[in-house]
Design a protein around this ligand. Structure first.
Ligand SMILES: [Zn+2]
Ligand SMILES: [Zn+2]
Length: 100
């Protein structure tokens, strides 16, 4: 299991802040997680993913992709000559596409 942040509990109201009631066990109304993500990027990072990356200490010299692997959510492509990193489902699609 990946190391995780302090546990969050859904409250029954959408966490994007729209006020919609959601089912027990969900943080967001359908699709509102993406809205919240975009709003955070606008509100705190000038709509710039580069700013978001830099804010967390990542960049060209300190790859955020490697951090995702360390955390346990992403994996490296097992092909020796390949530097592709991604979620397990992405790795499967990638390997099929690259035929390795
Ligand atoms: Zn919402
Ligand atoms: Zn690969």
């Amino acid at each position: 299991m990946p190391k995780s942040e302090p546990r969050l509990m859904p409250t029954g109201t959408c966490w994007c802040g729209c006020g919609t009631e959601v089912g027990l066990g969900s943080f967001f109304s359908q699709g509102h997680d993406k809205i919240a993500e975009a709003a955070l990027l606008a509100a705190r990072y000038d709509n710039s993913v580069a700013r978001l990356i830099a804010h967390h200490g990542f960049g060209p010299e300190n790859g955020v992709r490697e951090a995702a692997v360390e955390k346990g959510y992403w994996e490296a492509c097992p092909e020796a000559s390949c530097n592709y990193l991604g979620a397990p489902a992405s790795i499967r699609v990638h390997r099929k596409k690259m035929q390795h």
